[in-house]
Structures are given as C-alpha cells and as structure tokens.
Write a protein that binds this ligand. Structure first.
Ligand code: KE4
Length: 425
C-alpha cells in the first residue's frame, strides 16, 4: 500500500483519518505520511521514503526505532503468551527498576499517560477530601475530562471546558493558571486556602513546545500547595527517564509522579507512584478504585525492562544530549544567518524551534509563534527527508541512535527550510 492508499482507507475508517489528532498534520498543512517501519533514527513511509525522525513516537524512543534489545525482549515475551490477567514476574522486574530509579515507595502500572494522571488526580482528591484541581495553561496531561479545561475569565477563577462533551460542571472543578507564574500560584491559594486537592504540572512543559520551568516557579510549586494541604503531582510522562535515568529531579518535593512513554519501550504504558501512605489508598488496599485489563502487560513490562536496562549506565542519555546540543547550536546558527525571527529551546535531548524572536516563558507567549511559518518549515523539512513533530507546540526528540551525520544533515536542511519561510513571516 502507498501513502495515498493508506490515507484514503484510513479516512473511511477513523475520525479525521487518524487514531490521534496530531498525526493528521492539520496544523502544518500537507498530507500525513504513513510510516511503515523504523530503524534507529530513521522512519520509512509507505512509499519507501526515508526520514531522519525527531517525532520518536512523541517521546518513548530515546534509543531509536526497533532497538535490538527491545525487539528481542518483546519477541521472547510473546512466545510465552501475551496477557494473563494475573500477577506476572515482568511486573516485578519493571516495578523494582522504576521504584529504585525514582524513589517512589509504591507504583501502579496503567496503559497510558492519561490513565496515570487521571488516577493521580482521583487519588489526590481522596487523600485530601477536596475536589478542586489546579493545572497550568499550555500543559497537557492526557484527555481525562477534568484536564481538558481552559483558563477561565480571571486568573483566580475556575476553568471552562476545552472540549465538547466535557460538562462545565466538571471543568469547573479545575483552575487553569499561567505557567511559570509563581505569583499567580500564590494568589490562587490565598483566595482558595483549603479547597484545592492538588496541583498538577509537567516538570518541563513540552506540550506548548518546550518551555522549561523557572527556578522561582519550581520553588513555588514545591512550597505553596504543601503549605495549604494540597498535593503536588509531577507529570513526568515525557520527562521521566528522558532527562536522566529516573525522574527529572526538578520537582523532588512532588507527592505523586506520573510516568509513561519511555518506561514501556514504545508499547502502551503509564504509571503513577509516590509515598506508600498515599498509594495505599488505591484499590484493593484502599477505597480509590482503579483497574485495567492490560495493566502490567507482560510484553510491555519486558520492553520496559529492556529499555531501562539499556539506559541504566547513562551513556544513551549522554549521547542523545550531546547530539541534541549539536542540533540546537546548528539550528540557532542557521536562524541567525537567515535573520529569521525564530528561537531554539533545548533541555536534555528535547528541543523546539519557535517561530518567535525569543524563547517563550509561557503559553501566551508560545501562542505568539508564527504557526504559518512553522508549517512552511515543517513541509520543507519533510520534503528534504526530515520528520519533525507536526505542530509548533510539540517537542522534538533526539535519540542515542542518531549520528552526527544525521544532525548535520538536519541543520543543512533547516538552512534551506528557513529561507523558505520568508514568504510567510
Ligand atoms: P497518553 O495518554 O497519550 O499516553 O499520555 C498523555 C500525556 C500525559 N502527560 C504528558 C506530559 C503528555 O505529553 C502526554 C501525551 N503527549 C502527547 C504529545 N505531546 C501524545 C501524542 C498524541 O496525543 O498523539
């Protein structure tokens, strides 16, 4: 099948022709390609075209595509069965590694980041006896109803539904504050000192493009909720095991942390964990119900163990970060040479090119980016064999499987693609 025939068939099967909206390429224009296979830093579409890939399945593939150790682990696990609906050795193997790497006292495996954050919020509400949740504008925590909420009219007001089908009654239990604004967080708790169950935040915002937290914001996140009896939930679905082996260490004071992506080696996974006194509230040890047919699935656990064992010595992180630094530096030089109003933000092996003269500090500034220019840039890069995440508000991921030649080819392609954006600046 070709890209075109797969797109045509998919249009008759799936809403918008995809199984996750961002894959539609709607925000960058052009037609989505169908990826038939991946190998190391490369993906190959149904027409056989090769791309240097920076989507990395939106984060899990820090070792690159089809890593031999992960493929072998999945193949081996599959020979003994694919699911049992019972406790399995693989859960203990991955659970032990996650607990040792993160300092969590207890962990619960689920099947997606959405399930992890949804459960963490339910747990926080049970632990505090409170209903209100605080999130931050531009942060994404999956598609649970209470998290599809946009900022209300004022900073200290409750949120409004950000998706059809989410009742205002549910959205009204979530407040949305500006990211990187410790004063707004202080103001929220001054106005609502005792009715907030939890604050949930991406340890590094990567869903408005990459917008790192300021030290003042990190300090307020770990002080203010706690001072008012609320829990802090660190969403490390992207950053967990991405920046280092374990949690990012940016929010060591978090009461709960959510994981996903990397710990499943590219298979469907999520996890939440924290102190035993909180986690013990989860069924069957406590009154907070949560369940999952395929939670702790043996193939996922095997892939996760292979992934974490390959990351444990830190070498893959060091290599991916060095390559990302080379890429970010090259892109910044190309932007300066082209005199284009764009900026590069990098943290570890993650980066974003914002079509905005300076790096944004929050979502309001990120939204000032020229998305038409990003679309032109994305299409040109795709034509030159470089696969970028199809949105200005996503993050690029560099893997340990990329090579310097791939990075240099990407920078060369960017020089051409940047020149092509002049028509839409
Ligand atoms: P999933 O339910 O998609 O496994 O995870 C939700 C989630 C939770 N927390 C963070 C910080 C996340 O970034 C995500 C999901 N990330 C997006 C891309 N930024 C997934 C891609 C998609 O939606 O197709």
């Amino acid at each position: 099948m070709s890209n075109e025939s797969i797109r045509a068939a998919a249009a008759d099967l799936f809403p918008g022709g995809v199984n996750s909206p961002v894959r539609s390429f709607r925000s960058v224009g052009g037609n989505p390609v169908a990826i038939a296979r991946g190998e190391g830093p490369y993906t190959f579409d149904a027409d056989g075209a090769r791309y240097i890939d920076y989507i990395a399945a939106f984060g899990p593939l820090i070792l690159g595509h089809a890593h031999p150790a992960i493929v072998a682990a999945i193949q081996q696990a599959a020979t003994t069965g694919t699911a049992f609906g019972a406790l399995t050795p693989g859960e203990v193997e991955l659970g032990r590694r996650v607990v040792e790497a993160t300092g969590m006292e207890r962990v619960r495996f689920v099947n997606s980041g959405t399930e992890a954050t949804m459960t963490a919020i339910r747990l926080a509400r049970a632990a505090t006896g409170r209903d209100i949740i605080v999130k931050f504008d531009g942060c994404y925590h999956g598609h649970a109803d209470g998290l599809l909420v946009k900022a209300g009219s004022g900073v200290a007001t409750l949120g409004l539904s950000d998706s059809a089908g989410v009742p205002e009654a549910i959205a009204g239990l979530t407040a949305v504050l500006p990211y990187n604004d410790p004063v707004a967080l202080e103001a929220w708790f001054a106005a609502h000192p005792s009715d907030t169950a939890a604050v949930i935040v991406e340890s590094v915002a990567a869903n408005m493009g990459l917008v790192p937290p300021t030290p003042a914001f990190l300090e307020a996140l770990q002080r203010v909720p706690k001072a008012h009896g609320a829990l802090l939930v660190a969403d490390e679905v992207i950053t967990g095991f991405r920046i280092r082996y374990g949690l990012s260490n940016l929010l060591p004071g978090a009461d709960l942390a959510c994981l996903g992506k990397i710990i499943g080696g590219g298979l469907p996974v999520g996890a939440l964990g924290g102190r035993a006194e909180i986690m013990s509230l989860l069924a069957p040890s406590g009154p907070v119900y949560q369940a999952g047919t395929l939670s702790g699935n043996p193939l996922v656990m095997a892939a996760g163990v292979a992934m974490l064992d390959a990351l444990a010595d830190g070498e893959a992180h060091r290599r991916a970060e060095a390559l990302a630094r080379r890429l970010a530096d090259g892109l910044a030089a190309a932007i300066a040479l082209a005199e284009i109003p764009a900026s590069v933000v990098r943290l570890g092996s993650m980066l974003t090119v914002f079509f905005r003269a300076s790096a944004p500090a929050d979502y309001a500034e990120a939204r000032e980016s020229n998305t038409a220019a990003f679309g032109a840039f994305h299409r040109s890069m795709l034509e030159q064999g470089i696969m970028l995440p199809p949105s200005q508000f996503e993050t690029w991921f560099v893997s340990s499987s990329h090579g310097e030649a791939d990075i240099d080819a990407t920078i060369a392609a960017a020089r051409i693609a940047l020149a092509g954006t002049r028509g839409v600046l």
